[in-house]
Each structure stands twice: as C-alpha cells, then as structure tokens.
Design a protein around this ligand. Structure first.
Ligand code: F6P
Length: 320
C-alpha cells in the first residue's frame, strides 16, 4: 500500500476529526501518501480528492463535525456507482481507504473491497448501534451533550411542576435514551427495544408519582419510539398535569468531543492504518471488552446487539 484515502460518511459524529487526524498522521509516519476524500462516497464519485499532510489536520482534534464533510449517497448503492468509485480510486493511485461511518457506510466499503480497493471501517455514529463494537465514535460526546441539556429542561420542569418528555436521537436504537435516562434520573425511559406502547400504564404512573409528592415527571423518549408531541398532549389531557415535549435534535451531534471520544478515535484511526499496511481489507475496527480488535465487515454487518435486559431492569428500578 502506497497511497491511502480517508472519508467520512453518513451522519457526522464528534471525534471524527480526531480519527481523520490519526489516519493522516499515522499514514505519513509510515511513509504513505494520504488523500482526503470530501463528502463521503458522493465526493469520491465527483473526484473531490485532496492531498493531506500533517498540517492539514492541525487544530482539529477539539472540533466537532468532520473537516472532510459528509453525505449520504444514493448513487453509491448502485453497482455502476461502486464500479466508478473503484475506478476513481485506481486513477488517483488510492489502494486503501479508511471509511469512518455507520453500517450503511460499511456496506459501501465492503463493495469497494470486492472491487479490489482495500478498505477498513471505523465505527463513527452517535447512536452506538454498530453490533460488533461496544463503542462508537461520537456516542460519549452525544450523551454528555444530551445529559446537560436534559438537566436544564429538568430545572424548568420542576419549577413549573410539569411533566416533560424529552426526545433524544438514536435512530432505531435506544442507547442514548438509556444512558441519559439513568444519568438524568428520569422517571421513565422509553426504548424502542422494550417499550410496549402501553400509554395508560405511563399515565397511571405519572398520577401515582404526583400523589407520592414528586414535583416533576421526566420521560426520556428515544427517537425510535417517537411521537413525543402527541404523547405530551394525551398525557396532559389524561392527567391534568401540564406536559411539554422537547426534541433535542441535531444539537446532540455537535460540539467539541469528550476526551474519551478523542482518545478512542485516535487509537482506532491508527489501528486502521496499521491494518492497511498489513495488507488487510474489508475489516472494521471495534472495541470489545476494553480491547481494540477487528472483524470482517460482512461478519460485522450480520451481528446483532441489543440493550441488556439487566441494564433496562436496573434503569426502571432506580426511577421509582
Ligand atoms: O445516525 C445519527 C443520527 O443522528 C440518528 O440519531 C438520526 O436518526 C439521524 O442521524 C438523523 O439524520 P439526519 O441528520 O439526516 O436528519
């Protein structure tokens, strides 16, 4: 491997810049040329490819977002798009690519690998929903950002003795909701993995808690459950308690990455380059039981993970 490329794809996540920096600087330290591919696979197809040096990744480790920009690309899901992508890599002398993104991005990486371009995936998403790894780049920052925001909503909710439903991101996974629900001391945590839609039970609990003297009722609702605004209206009508819905939205994806995200993203970025130098392809770097490991992308994509029933039970017990 002489020349490698790096791209970010799908939703951005804090810590992606730390990963890009690690790929560039590890690559250069190992005598490789490193190219930045702008705007994910969309930029690859448009040949938006720039030379990177150590200085092009200066002053970015503390910044949220991704300096390479990101995109979701429909054309790259087609066979023609993938073939064109591989041809463009060859034209630019790129024989290895590090793809930072989620499962969708790894699918694309797998296709490029089948077409002879060595690829390594790095798990980058705030959702923590990549089955092969215990950790994804951006999750730690996102839960801390959401936690701080929820604390603020809680202050006003308590002052007004209201019920608050706060919706957090996570696509169809409930990791952000679970972690914030526990860390923010929520009365209820609605997870797509477990919520059975029994709104009457929720309403009964709100009424009971009020009788017990609780001043507010905080519900953390995962995006995968959704419908926070209409739920708030129904709860208010049924309980007589003023209820507000707050959807935290994209603020959860921004901001300066935490130390943990910067550190793990740096280690994973270096590991990706090591793997390319060893001639590996179609692998994804993961953190399992505290160790950095790597998996075949097809195997990784076939894996399933879910929130442990024990952790869910504890979260319910602590909210009483
Ligand atoms: O995957 C990250 C994520 O923020 C999800 O939590 C959310 O469902 C989705 O991306 C939102 O995507 P977009 O930025 O395209 O609205």
């Amino acid at each position: 491997v002489k020349t490698i490329g790096v791209l970010t794809s799908g939703g951005d996540a804090p810590g992606m810049n730390a990963a890009i920096r690690a790929v560039v600087r590890t690559g250069i330290a190992k005598g490789l040329n490193v190219k930045g591919i702008m705007r994910g696979y969309a930029g690859l197809l448009k040949e938006e490819i720039v030379d990177m040096d150590s200085r092009s990744v200066s002053d970015i480790i503390q910044r949220g977002g991704t300096i390479l920009y990101t995109a979701r690309c429909a054309e790259f899901r087609t066979e023609e798009g993938q073939k064109l992508g591989a041809e463009i890599c060859r034209k630019h002398g790129i024989d290895g690519i590090v793809v930072i993104g989620g499962d969708g991005s790894f699918n694309g990486a797998c296709k490029l690998a089948n077409l002879g371009i060595n690829t390594i995936g790095l798990p980058g998403t705030i959702d923590q929903d990549i089955a092969c790894t215990d950790y994804t780049i951006g999750f730690d920052t996102a839960i801390n950002t959401a936690m701080e925001a929820i604390d603020k909503v809680r202050d006003t909710s308590t002052s007004h003795e209201r019920c608050s439903i706060i919706e957090v991101m996570g696509r169809s996974a409930g990791y952000i909701a679970l972690w914030c629900g526990v860390a923010n001391g929520a009365e209820n945590i609605l997870l797509p993995e477990y919520y059975d839609g029994d709104e009457q039970a929720l309403i009964n609990q709100i009424i009971e808690n009020r009788k017990k003297g609780k001043k507010h009722h905080l519900i953390i609702n995962a995006e995968g459950v959704g419908h926070s605004a209409s739920m708030a209206k129904r709860i208010e009508a049924a309980t007589g308690i003023e209820t507000r819905a707050t959807i935290l939205g994209h603020m959860q994806r921004g901001g300066s990455p935490t130390c943990l995200d910067r550190y793990y993203a740096s280690m994973m970025g270096a590991r990706a380059v090591d793997l390319l130098c060893e001639g590996a392809s179609n692998r994804v770097v993961a953190l399992r039981d505290g160790k950095f490991v790597d998996y075949d992308i097809n195997e990784a994509l076939a894996m399933k993970k879910t929130i442990s029933p024990y952790e869910y039970e504890v979260s319910k017990m602590l909210s009483r």
